[in-house]
Design a protein around this ligand. Sequence first.
Ligand code: UT7
Length: 323
Amino acid sequence: MTIRAVVAGVGHYLPDRIVPNSEFEATLDTSDDWIKSRSGIERRHIAAPGQTTSDMATRAARAALDDAGLESTDIDAIILATSTADFTFPSAATMVQAELGMTKGFAFDVQAVCAGFIYALTNANALIVSGQAKRVLVIGAETFSRIIDWNDRSTCVLFGDGAGALILESAEGDGTVADRGILSADLNSDGRFRDILYVDGGVSTQTTGFLRMEGREVFRHAVEKLASTATTALEKIGLTGADVDWVVPHQANIRIIAGTAKKLGLPMERVVVTVQDHGNTSAASIPLALSVGKQRGQIKTGDLVVTEAIGGGLAWGAVALRW
Ligand code: UT7
């Protein structure tokens, strides 16, 4: 008997305001055509003034609880992946816990930037497999619009806000790749690359700062490292790209998504793509794509799903799971 962390529900939330590429043409030397052809992005959602990461995370969490047919009191732990928490402390996760009316268990944030949801999933899996928790609410939520330099055309057109949530619950499996639930994970980071993607402020510098990125350099690392981590996660369970029903990649750039799929030997018909509608929502992008992929009827119970992400750090990783 093997304990598995199985998906019990998924949900998401996107702020009401949708900003099409054409809106940037009025203030910046850019065009809808440039943004679409270089990134695949057509529009993004932007949080309302005063709307916070924990607010969006709570809404996504409620949608996931509804999807699972569960109450917040059924949850043992919350892990929230974010780089844009409401406050320095307490964690946004404990704020969500309070909003959901959950007074037992524990909650904490994970910060691994765009790879945050992969790190959070891996931690949730470890909590379940070790018997520490039976049901974990795993959330990715971001308000990157607050750390964007709106005068920097090379970054501001790429990002958006949103939240997605997944509930994992303990279930017995046979210990084979036919089991539902998380089957393998692969995590990596390399701090030598901190200068190619970072925010130039923070608590100890007493500024909020803005996101800075050497896009071309990040791009180069992304395709190679994403294909490699996804392959490693699959190799750990004796599988290859040919066994995968759906790749659910971090949604940063359609050219990175396509390049990675090609390296994995997978056609784009087996890739969940939401980047055109959401832009890059950092740690929220994978749970948003999982939720939208399920809603569209793409991801079904029993499908083998591989998720992969890379972001600031650099930090990157992949999780293979049977839905
Ligand atoms: O989630 C974390 C991970 N982040 C990513 O994965 C992002 C990775 N990088 C990328 O997605 C791409 O590198 C970008 C979309 C950021 C840029 O695409 P690119 O094909 O690598 O373009 P580039 O940076 O090489 O820039 C090409 C040109 C430059 O002009 P010059 O130097 O060739 O004269 C830029 O100044 O495009 C210019 N440019 C723009 N032009 C119009 C940069 N931003 C814009 C813009 N509109 N918004």
